[in-house]
Every structure is written in C-alpha cells, then in structure tokens.
Ligand binder design. Structure first.
Ligand SMILES: [Zn+2]
Ligand SMILES: [Zn+2]
Length: 387
C-alpha cells in the first residue's frame, strides 16, 4: 500500500501499525505476505464477529434472515473460514512474512475458537428484541467482496485501480452502517408504507397481480419499482433540497463494488419507502418479491463495479455498469442523465439517456468536488452545506 506497513520501523507499536495500514490505500506490495496477511486479518475479524452473533443472536442477527438460515451450513462456513484464516496467518508467521499482522489475525482466530468457534450452541431466544444486523453485514461483506472482486478481476475496466483505492474506508463505513441499521430501516419503511399507502390497497387488484404468470409478475414488479425509482432519482437531482442527500452518493471518485454503498441513510430510507409502496399496494407474491430483492441487490452493486460490461444492443434495454458509470460521470454530456436502475429504456423513453461518442466517461464525482470525504462528514453534509 502507499504507506506500506512492512516498511515501518520495528519499534512502532501494533496499534500504530494497524492504524497506518487501515488508513492507507493503493496497490499492496507483492511477495511480502501483505496480500495474504490482509485477507487473513479480514477473515479473522469476520469470524470473531460471527462467533459473537452466535452468542447473542437476539441482538446481533436479523429475524428476516434467521428464518431462512441453514445453521449447519453457517457453522461449516465459519469453521472453514477459521481454518483458512488461522492457517494462512500461521504460515506467514512461520515464514516471517508480515509477522505483526499475521500474529494479530492468528490471535483473533484463537479468541474466536476460545469463545466457542463454530460450536456455540444456540438456545431459544426472544424474537422481538431490538437488534443490529451484524449477521447481514458479515454475510453480505463476505459474499459480495468475494463475488464482485472476482468479477472485477475477470472483466476489469480500469486495470490499474487497486482493490484498496482512495477513500475505500469511507465506503466501507457506509456499507457497515447501512447493513447494521437494517432493522431500523425495515421497521421504518414498513410503518411508513402501511400508514401512508394503506388506503390504496384493493383486493381485486392484488388477486389479479397474484394470478399473473411468474415471469410476467417479475417483469411487472421490476418495471413498477424502476418507474418509481426513476422519478425519485430524478427528483434527487432536480430538487435542490434532495440533491443535498444524493450528492453524497455522487461524491465517489472511484467506481467499484463498494462505491454504491456510499448513500446517505435518509436517502436510503426515503427511496426504499417510495419504491416499496407500489409493491405493497399491488400485492406481489412472495416468490416474486424474493426474486426482485435478489435482482435489485445484484444490480445495485454490479452497476457500480469496475467492470467493462456494455451488453451490446441490450444496453438500450437493461441498465449495465456502463450505463450507471455514465450517471456518476463529471463529463458535461452526462450531468443529470441515466436515472434508471434496471431498465435503461426508461431513460430513452423520457429523454434523459446519455448520448456520447465515447464508450466510457473520464472522471467520476460531483462537479466541483464539494462533498467532504469521511462517513461522519458525509452524514452531516446535507444539514451543513452552505451551497
Ligand atoms: Zn444520481
Ligand atoms: Zn450509483
């Protein structure tokens, strides 16, 4: 990394080294154990958090996820992750590669094992406790980072952009907070949707929707959700008060799998409530809603990825990374364009699609770069900006 911790003087203490490592960015130096060391440390932290979630499921896990867990599989994942992180860090210690970092990772795994590891028993517990979505954070971080970094390495757009690119810390914090407060968001959106749109529910309409063939119903839910999303998104750009919130999302200067996580909590709450409203009113079936959640979850991350995907002529129909990269561009022809999240044809229909003779934009971010970096500053930005 730019201030490589392996270059630090030997008398620097561990916390200082960790601080340096976590605040640095750039390509990791190869051949010194840093790549495997960072991987082992990340995995070790997730393992320890996983063990904690097993100990306090009532407060650290998400009821909606708990219901669909196969606990035996999760225990296996935890076990093999501990073996992997422990094995890598032990090998690094023996080989004398980034010993300080590998020792921390190994100690964390040892602590996870002492605390019960993958064998922590889960007894009956109360269901309606206030909770944070630690399980959601661990599983999504593990799954998303593995899947999307793999895709990014397979089809890279900007080959020289490292995984730990500038300001990755800010986006990881957004990612963590947005996942941890999942319970609060679910509660608030459900409450708002029922209170504000309950009057619109009609049994006849709902049974008509439920009787549609699966594929038609799926197309309809994505279309309806994207229509709402399109106009909400356009309002974020065209109403100055709303732009304050949305500017945070646009302030990211490097596009990758983590970039889309940069989103103000109020925007998350507002957009989700409005998009869920027609889904609730129209009464889509559970299988269709589940499929939609998977699609929206994938596209939200994929469209920000550092991947060279344009889909040929299909790009006029579906939103691709290319389409959404243009949305994040600072280039003049792309400002306030490409609002759709799923169906690109909405922007062609409403006349807001980017027309450019270049394939990819040059620069990303807010024109003028006036949004500060850092999670806390970005959280306060909409309330403090004097623009
Ligand atoms: Zn936008
Ligand atoms: Zn975006």
């Amino acid at each position: 990394m730019s201030s490589s911790p392996v270059d630090l003087p030997p008398d620097d203490d561990l916390t200082e080294r960790l601080k340096r490592l976590s605040s640095s960015h750039g390509e990791m130096r190869r051949g010194v154990g840093l790549v495997s060391g960072v991987f082992a440390l990340t995995l070790a932290v997730l393992c320890l958090l996983g063990v904690l979630a097993f100990h306090f499921p009532a407060y650290l896990t998400t009821p909606e996820l708990r219901r669909s867990y196969d606990v035996a599989t999760l225990r296996q994942v935890l076990f093999w992750s501990m073996v992997l992180a422990g094995g890598i860090s032990l090998a690094n210690i023996v080989l004398g590669r980034v010993r300080w970092l590998s020792s921390i990772a190994f100690l964390l795994i040892a602590l996870a094992a002492v605390l019960g590891g993958h064998k922590v028993p889960v007894n009956d517990f109360a269901d309606h406790t206030p909770y944070i979505g630690l399980d959601w954070l661990i599983l999504d971080l593990l799954g998303s980072s593995l899947l999307f970094i793999f895709i990014e390495k397979l089809f890279p757009l900007r080959r020289n952009q490292p995984i730990f690119r500038p300001a990755w810390q800010t986006d990881l914090q957004h990612f963590a907070v947005n996942h941890l407060v999942v319970g609060l968001i679910l509660l608030a959106t459900n409450l708002l949707v029922h209170k504000l749109f309950g009057w619109a529910v009609k049994d006849g309409v709902q049974s008509w929707v439920k009787d549609l063939p699966f594929v038609v119903e799926l197309f309809l839910i994505i279309l309806v959700a994207d229509l709402v999303q399109y106009w909400t998104h356009r309002a974020y750009h065209e109403v100055p008060l709303l732009w304050r919130l949305h500017a945070v999302h646009h302030s990211v200067k490097h596009m990758d799998w983590l970039a889309g996580s940069r989103q103000h909590l109020l925007e998350l709450l507002l957009t989700r409530t409005l998009v869920l409203a027609p889904i609730y009113v129209l009464g889509f079936s559970k299988e269709v809603i589940d499929a939609y959640i998977v699609i929206v979850g994938f596209q939200a991350v994929f469209n920000h990825c550092n991947v060279s995907v344009r889909l040929g002529p299909l790009r006029y129909v579906l939103v691709t990374p290319n389409f959404h990269h243009w949305h994040h561009s600072q280039d003049q022809e792309a400002l306030d364009r490409n609002y759709a999240a799923h169906f690109a044809f909405l922007d062609y229909l409403f006349g807001t699609a980017v027309k450019s003779d270049r394939e990819w934009p040059n620069d990303y971010g807010v024109l003028g770069d006036y949004v500060p970096n850092g999670f806390k500053k970005q959280f306060m930005f909409p309330f403090t900006w004097k623009g």
